[in-house]
Design a protein around this ligand. Structure first.
Ligand SMILES: *[C@@H]1O[C@H](CO)[C@@H](O)[C@H](O)[C@H]1NC(C)=O
Ligand SMILES: *[C@@H]1O[C@H](CO)[C@@H](O)[C@H](O)[C@H]1NC(C)=O
Ligand SMILES: *[C@@H]1O[C@H](CO)[C@@H](O)[C@H](O)[C@H]1NC(C)=O
Ligand SMILES: *[C@@H]1O[C@H](CO)[C@@H](O)[C@H](O)[C@H]1NC(C)=O
Ligand SMILES: *[C@@H]1O[C@H](CO)[C@@H](O)[C@H](O)[C@H]1NC(C)=O
Length: 249
């Protein structure tokens, strides 16, 4: 009887060790899932440089970041972004940004984006006016002209004259250049005779809701799986330990 009891204790202890070993391997599995590699993250690129906080805020507030993600994932032409520095924004007449309605803010941001990859050497051969994300340049509302010679790349909108002052990022598909002035499109900033009151601004709430609706990653599901695994483990371990203790008494 005594020998049988010892044998049982030994077997159960072995099972316990074996179970501990297996469950540790199981518990490690979720952490090893590889991170998905998506399209280039423009926000991240701009954040790294540290001097584009206002432009980043505008990109997010206008939802243009989301457009960029989709377009960068889905284009053969690539994309060029002229990113104005924080200094560029603070040298605007104060209250300028706040005076724009939602639609104008979107247009202003889109005016800084050309739906085509342009390397510095390609600036010498672009045909003016360039088409930007803000719309067709042909109707004269959003003209953007670029002239280049040597290392100088001049940009003019009809209201703003500036030049490219640095390359932030380039990978053959996306190019991000620094500009030290906000590119002001004629359509928004041209001095005009007093016009009828602008259309009421569209609700920002609707946009925010759209963001909130975007599907989250499945972390919660994975967490609950891990929790139930641990719970199960504990129940089984408790059971086996109880038997071992009872038998050894
Ligand atoms: C891009 O990077 C920013 C900052 O690092 C991060 O907050 C954001 O979630 C990223 N977006 C995507 C789609 O990965
Ligand atoms: C990128 O494009 C592929 C194929 O068109 C699509 O399956 C995927 O969901 C897209 N990813 C993002 C982040 O838009
Ligand atoms: C760029 O602008 C500067 C200053 O306005 C001017 O001197 C230069 O000639 C321009 N270069 C080109 C290529 O347009
Ligand atoms: C841009 O270039 C086009 C074509 O050369 C020209 O007709 C137009 O006047 C230019 N606009 C500005 C603002 O320089
Ligand atoms: C921009 O440059 C053009 C041509 O060089 C000039 O006619 C115009 O006055 C300049 N505009 C500003 C705002 O400096």
């Amino acid at each position: 009887m005594m020998i049988m009891k010892q044998h049982l204790i030994f077997t159960l202890s072995f099972l316990l060790l074996f179970f501990l070993h297996c469950s540790r391997i199981l518990a490690q599995a979720p952490a090893q899932a590889p991170a998905p590699s998506g399209p280039t993250n423009v926000t991240k690129i701009l954040e790294k440089s540290g001097q584009f906080t206002i432009f980043i805020r505008l990109l997010k507030a206008t939802q243009v970041t989301n457009q960029l993600l989709g377009q960068l994932n889905n284009t053969n032409n690539g994309m060029t972004i002229f990113a104005p520095t924080d200094n560029a924004f603070s040298s605007l007449k104060s209250g300028t940004l706040n005076s724009l309605n939602d639609e104008q803010q979107v247009e202003l941001v889109q005016f800084h984006i050309v739906p085509m990859y342009l390397s510095t050497s390609q600036f010498q051969t672009v045909s003016n006016p360039l088409r930007t994300q803000a719309g067709d340049s042909g109707d004269g509302k959003f003209p953007l002209n670029i002239t280049s010679s040597g290392n100088t790349v001049n940009i003019t909108t009809g209201l703003t004259n500036t030049s490219v002052s640095g390359t932030i990022y380039t990978d053959g598909q996306l190019a991000v250049y620094q500009v030290d002035q906000v590119l002001q499109p004629l359509q928004i900033f041209a001095p005009r005779p007093p016009a009828p009151a602008p259309a009421p601004a569209k609700s920002k709430k609707k946009k925010a809701a759209a963001v909130a609706d975007s599907p989250d990653d499945n972390t919660p599901t994975e967490n609950s799986k891990a929790v139930s695994l641990i719970t199960m483990q504990n129940v089984v371990l408790f059971g086996i330990s109880a038997i071992v203790i009872t038998l050894s008494l």
